[in-house]
Write a protein that binds this ligand. Structure first.
Ligand SMILES: [Fe+2]
Length: 745
C-alpha cells in the first residue's frame, strides 16, 4: 500500500518557472522531501540498477503530511439565485438515460439544503424508479413512480409541484415503450409537508450528502435538456416543453439548460432570460448523443442540438484540487532533465516528477521527447486488477503491485483511458492533476513483459535517459505537453529528436509540430512501438487533461458509442490516426502491427541493411541477430511492435534494415490489419505480426530511424552497454548529429 501520493501542478518547466507540489499522506506522518534527478528508473538487479542524483535545494526539508481528499463524481452546479430561491410552485423536467438505475439513490436535479432538509430533489430511488423528495419544516416526503427505470433507455422525467394545493405530480415516460415492461407511470399525491426554500445551489447529477465533498448520490447516466418553470404544469404543457418553448409558456421558464452549447467548455448554458449558467464539475463526458439523436448524422458539428446530453459518472475526476505543500522555482543553472521531489516517510517513497527544459539558447543538439499524453492515457490504469483478461493477454501470471492495490482501494483517484467507469462506459478523459501512481520510477506494470523489469511508459523511458548518460551524450528532456502548447518552435533548435518507448497518443497540434521538425531537416529516432496511434485532444482552456474517443477500430479497451466519435475538446473526429488519413507509416516508416506481452524477441538483418547508404547503422555490428537480450521481456523486439508497408504509407525510399521474428503466438495482429476473423492471426503464422527497423531520408537533409518496438530501449544496457542494440543506437545518433548530407558512400 502507498502512504504518500502527490502530483505537481505542471509537468514541464523551464528555468524560472515554479512548480507546486500537492501531497497527501494516508496518516499524519512527517515526510522528507529531496530534489533528485532521475536517471534510471529501473531497480531490476539484472540491469544497471536504479539511478538518481540527489541535489541541493531549498525544498529539501521535513514536512508535516496530512490526508487530502479527492472528490470524484461529476455534476453541474448552478449557483443559488433569486429566481431559483423564489420558487414556490414549480415544474422540473429532463430527459435521462440511466446506466446504473439499480445502484441506489441517485440525484438527477436537486435544490436541497441538507442542514434544514428543505427544498426538492428529483432522484432515482433505491428501487430504481423516479422519485421526488420534498422537504420543509424539518420533514421530508417522498413520492415515487414505483416503476424501475430500464438501463440505457431514454425517459422524459419530471415533477410538477403546486404549493397552493400541496400536490406533486411526478412522471416517468419511456421514449420507446416496450410491451410487458412496466417502466413508466405518473403519480400524483397531496403532501403533508410544504416545500421550504433554501439558498443551496441547484445541482444536476448530485445533491448534498455526507461525502467529504459535502455532496453525494452521484448519478450515472445521461441528462439532456433540463428545464425548470415557475408553476406546476400539466402533462400537456410538459410535453409542449420538448423542443421550442411555446409562446404561452415562455414566461414560466426559470431555467432551460442546453448542454449542446459550448460543449468544449465547462459551462452548462442556460438559454432562459435568467442566464443561470451552471458550472460543470469533474469533466463528465460531453458531446454525447441526446434523446433526439436520429442516427442520420454522426458529426455533432452539423447539428449540435442532437448532442444535448452530458454523461455523468460517479467516478469522474479532473483536478484533485489539493493544497500545495511546497514549491520549487527552477534555477537558471539547472540542466535539462527529469527531476522529482522525492518524498520519504511512513516506510513509503513517492517521486513527484517533472521535466526541466533548457533555458533559451542553451539547447543541446539532442532532445528526448517524453510522451506525457501517453502517460496520462495509461495513468492509474487498473488493468492488473480490473482488466480481467490480463493473464490471458500476457500469458504470464499477473503480479499485483502495491500501487495497484492502493488504486483498488481508492476509486476516487480515477482510472486511465484503458478503464471503464463504474457504469461500464469507457473513460475518455484523463487528467494529470491527480497522482498517477503507476507513472513513477521503479513501479512495474501489467504490460511490461516477462522478467524482472516489467516497466511501462515513464519508467521504461528512463532506459533511454540512462543510456544517454552512460554514453555521455548531452541531451535535453522535452515533453509533448509543451509541444502541444508551444508548437514546433521548441523543436527547431535541435538536430536530433528521440522519442520515448511508446508515444501512442498525439494531439493534432503535436503531430503537426513533430511533422514540421521532420520536414524541415530534423532527424528523428523513434525508439519505441505503437506510436502515433490514437488522436487525442487537449482541453483549450483547462490544463492537464486529454480526451480520447476509441472509435471504429484499433486495439481498444472500450468502444466509443455510435454518434460519439467527435472529440468535445476540439470538435475533430477522434480515433485511429490511420483512419483519419494520417498513418504513422507515412510519418516514421512503421505503424502498429501486433502486440503480445510475454516474451520479447529479436530482429534479423535484411538485405537493405547491407546497402552502402545503411552502412553507418551497422558500423561495428557483426551480428545477424539484433537484440536477442534485454530487460523488457528478454528481447529488443517486443510488447507492441510496428511494421512497415508501402500499402500503408511507408515512404518508397525507406530501407527496411531488419525485421523481428520468432515471436510467440501471444503476439496477435492488431484488428485493423485484418478484415475477417480467420485462423493464423498470431505471429507464429502471420508475416505481418512483426517489428521492422527502418531508415529513410527526408527533404532538407532530414532523416528518420525507427525501431518499431517498445522493448528496444530495455536492451540498451545489456552487457555494460556493449551490445548490438546499443551500438546501432549510438551509430545512428552519432550520424544524425553529423549534419553532412546522407549519401551512399
Ligand atoms: Fe498502448
Amino acid at each position: 500500500m502507498l502512504t504518500i501520493t502527490g502530483y505537481p501542478d505542471r509537468i514541464y518547466a523551464r528555468p524560472g518557472d515554479t512548480i507546486r507540489f500537492m501531497v497527501s499522506c494516508e496518516s499524519e506522518i512527517t515526510y522528507r522531501a529531496d530534489l533528485v534527478r532521475i536517471i534510471c528508473g529501473d531497480d531490476n538487479p539484472d540491469g544497471p540498477g536504479y539511478k538518481e542524483e540527489e541535489l541541493q535545494s531549498d525544498i529539501n526539508a521535513d514536512y508535516q503530511g496530512r490526508k487530502q481528499h479527492i472528490h470524484a463524481g461529476s455534476y453541474v452546479s448552478v449557483s443559488d439565485a433569486r429566481p431559483l430561491r423564489a420558487l414556490d410552485s414549480f415544474t422540473v423536467q429532463a430527459f435521462i438515460w440511466p446506466t446504473t438505475p439499480l445502484k441506489g439513490k441517485q440525484a438527477l436535479i436537486s435544490k436541497w439544503d441538507a442542514a434544514s432538509n428543505s427544498g426538492f430533489a428529483l432522484i432515482i430511488d433505491e428501487t430504481g424508479s423516479l422519485a421526488i423528495d420534498i422537504g420543509g419544516n424539518g420533514a421530508i416526503e417522498r413520492v415515487s413512480v414505483g416503476a424501475p427505470l430500464q438501463l440505457k433507455r431514454w425517459y422524459r422525467v419530471g415533477a410538477a409541484y403546486d404549493a397552493a394545493s400541496g400536490t406533486v405530480r411526478i412522471f416517468q415516460i419511456p421514449m420507446l415503450a416496450v410491451p410487458d415492461i412496466a417502466d413508466g407511470g405518473t403519480k400524483e399525491q397531496r403532501l403533508g409537508v410544504r416545500m421550504g426554500s433554501n439558498r443551496a445551489a441547484l445541482l444536476f447529477a448530485a445533491m448534498p450528502g455526507d461525502k467529504p465533498s459535502g455532496l453525494d448520490f452521484y448519478y450515472n447516466g445521461k441528462i439532456d435538456g433540463p428545464v425548470i418553470t415557475s408553476r406546476a404544469l400539466g402533462e400537456g404543457d410538459c410535453e409542449a416543453l420538448i423542443g421550442q418553448t411555446p409562446q404561452r409558456l415562455a414566461f414560466d421558464i426559470v431555467g432551460r439548460w442546453d448542454f449542446s452549447k459550448r460543449m468544449d467548455s465547462q459551462i452548462a448554458c442556460d438559454l432562459s432570460v435568467n442566464r443561470l449558467d451552471g458550472k460543470v464539475v469533474n469533466f463528465p463526458t460531453r458531446a454525447m448523443t441526446g434523446w433526439n439523436w436520429t442516427g442520420e448524422i454522426m458529426n455533432y458539428n452539423e447539428d449540435p442540438s442532437q448532442w444535448g446530453a452530458i454523461h455523468f459518472h460517479d467516478d469522474d475526476v479532473y483536478d484533485a484540487g489539493w493544497e500545495s505543500d511546497f514549491a520549487f522555482t527552477v534555477p537558471a543553472e539547472l540542466k535539462s532533465g527529469i527531476y522529482a521531489a522525492r518524498l520519504r516517510g511512513g516506510g513509503d517513497e513517492e517521486h513527484v516528477w517533472f521535466t526541466v527544459g533548457p533555458a533559451p539558447d542553451e539547447e543541446s543538439e539532442i532532445a528526448l521527447l517524453l510522451p506525457i499524453a501517453s502517460y496520462m492515457a495509461y495513468g492509474n490504469d487498473r488493468l492488473g486488477m480490473d482488466g480481467g483478461g490480463a493473464e490471458l493477454l500476457n500469458d504470464i501470471l499477473n503480479v499485483i503491485n502495491p500501487h495497484e492495490i492502493f488504486l483498488n482501494d481508492h476509486v476516487e483517484y480515477g482510472g486511465s483511458l484503458y478503464d471503464a467507469h463504474s457504469d461500464g462506459s469507457g473513460i475518455c478523459y484523463s487528467s494529470r492533476l491527480r497522482p498517477l501512481v503507476n507513472m513513477r520510477p521503479k513501479r512495474q506494470g501489467t504490460l511490461g513483459g516477462f522478467g524482472g523489469s516489467k516497466l511501462w511508459q515513464f519508467a521504461a523511458d528512463t532506459h533511454i535517459t540512462d543510456w544517454l548518460e552512460a554514453k555521455n551524450f548531452k541531451y535535453d528532456v522535452l515533453t509533448d505537453d509543451e509541444l502541444h502548447d508551444r508548437g514546433y518552435q521548441i523543436l527547431a533548435p535541435y538536430k536530433v529528436l528521440i522519442t520515448g518507448t511508446h508515444p501512442e497518443y498525439w494531439s493534432t497540434e503535436m503531430w503537426d509540430a513533430f511533422d514540421a521538425f521532420r520536414q524541415r531537416g530534423g532527424r528523428i529516432m523513434y525508439l519505441g512501438g505503437d506510436g502515433w496511434y490514437w488522436r487525442i485532444a487537449y482541453h483549450p482552456e483547462f490544463p492537464g487533461i486529454v480526451e480520447l474517443r476509441r472509435t471504429e477500430s484499433g486495439v481498444r479497451a472500450w468502444p466509443a458509442a455510435p454518434g460519439e466519435y467527435y472529440q468535445s475538446f476540439d470538435r475533430r473526429q477522434g480515433g485511429l490516426w490511420s483512419r483519419l488519413g494520417r498513418a504513422p507509416h507515412g510519418l516514421v516508416g512503421v505503424g502498429f502491427a501486433a502486440q503480445g506481452f510475454d516474451i520479447s524477441s529479436y530482429y534479423k538483418r535484411l538485405p537493405d541493411s547491407y546497402k552502402p547508404e545503411a552502412q553507418f547503422v551497422f558500423e561495428d555490428v557483426d551480428d545477424e541477430k539484433i537484440g536477442d537480450f534485454g530487460l523488457i521481456g528478454g528481447g529488443a523486439a517486443g510488447l507492441e511492435v510496428d511494421r512497415s508497408g508501402g500499402e500503408l504509407g511507408t515512404p518508397p525510399n525507406a530501407l527496411i534494415l531488419a525485421k523481428s521474428e520468432n515471436h510467440t503466438n501471444t503476439y496477435l495482429m492488431v484488428p485493423e490489419e485484418f478484415l475477417e476473423t480467420a485462423p493464423g492471426l498470431g505471429a507464429e503464422e502471420h508475416v505481418n505480426a512483426r517489428a521492422d527497423m527502418v531508415f529513410f531520408t527526408m527533404p532538407n537533409n532530414g532523416a528518420v530511424f525507427s525501431v518499431g518496438s517498445i522493448s528496444w530501449a530495455g536492451s540498451l544496457s545489456h552487457n555494460g552497454y556493449q551490445n548490438n542494440v546499443s551500438q546501432i543506437t549510438e551509430n545512428v545518433l552519432n550520424r544524425f548529429l553529423d549534419s553532412s548530407p546522407f549519401t551512399a558512400d
